[in-house]
Design a protein around this ligand. Structure first.
Ligand SMILES: Nc1ncnc2c1ncn2[C@@H]1O[C@H](COP(=O)(O)OP(=O)(O)OP(=O)(O)O)[C@@H](O)[C@H]1O
Ligand SMILES: O=C(O)C1=C[C@@H](O)[C@@H](O)[C@H](O)C1
Ligand SMILES: [Mg+2]
Length: 182
């Protein structure tokens, strides 16, 4: 599913709930189309020199979101990059506008059950999810809230429920070929 997007934007942003595969896909895509790969969570951890989980535990989510916004601004002034966003980066309206106006936003859409089954080995450093992981209904509410946010700003949505990594990569490359001649 596609929304209109300006073709002159050469940054690409991957959006989606934690565990959906943003980092995995961004990495393999960056090698194929020769754009530099960034992962906002990695950049945050490099900047604070500690794990995000520790930072949130010490300072709380509000301060984390301010920091995340600061790092996002630093990253997106770069050109010709692929960025894997954090699961909660889009909570701030300000971040949504930044992403929407500076790059092509690709939303990886995965149903709740498939999504949480991929989270299992990933929650240690995802403290906000970890806290509610055993509470199915809270987790579902968070998932629903988040997917409504991703839907607000994507340019391209890919339903990845039945796609492996290579299928997703090829699908994105196919779209780029048609629309951008990349
Ligand atoms: N298409 C796919 N099919 C099956 N497994 C996948 C697919 N894409 C990624 N995975 C696996 O799902 C897990 C989560 O992937 P990844 O870390 O890339 O997600 P993420 O969206 O970056 O998560 P986070 O927001 O927490 O950083 C990994 O174990 C990865 O190997
Ligand atoms: O879902 C979230 O709110 C988060 C997801 C991760 O990518 C990290 O950015 C952090 O753990 C917060
Ligand atoms: Mg990731």
């Amino acid at each position: 599913m596609f929304q209109k997007f300006p073709k002159y934007l050469n940054n690409i942003y991957l959006l989606g709930f934690s565990g959906v595969g943003k980092t995995t896909i961004s990495k393999i895509l960056s090698k194929k189309i020769k754009k530099k790969f960034y992962d906002i969570d990695n950049e945050i951890e490099k900047y604070i020199n500690m794990k995000i989980s520790k930072f949130i535990f010490k300072k709380g989510e509000k301060i984390f979101r301010i920091l995340e916004n600061k790092i996002l601004k630093k990253i997106i002034i770069k050109k010709n990059i692929i960025l894997s966003t954090g699961g909660g980066t889009l909570i701030l309206n300000y971040n949504r506008n930044l992403l929407r106006n500076t790059g092509l936003n690709i939303y990886l859409e995965l149903n709740f059950i498939n999504n949480i089954s991929r989270l299992n080995n990933n929650i240690i450093n995802r403290p906000l999810i970890k806290n509610i992981f055993s509470n199915f209904s809270k987790l579902y509410i968070l998932y629903k809230k988040r997917i409504n946010i991703y839907k607000k700003i994507y340019h391209i949505k890919i339903n990845i429920n039945y796609l492996n990594k290579n299928d997703i990569l090829n699908y994105i490359l196919f779209i780029f070929k048609i629309y951008f001649n990349l």
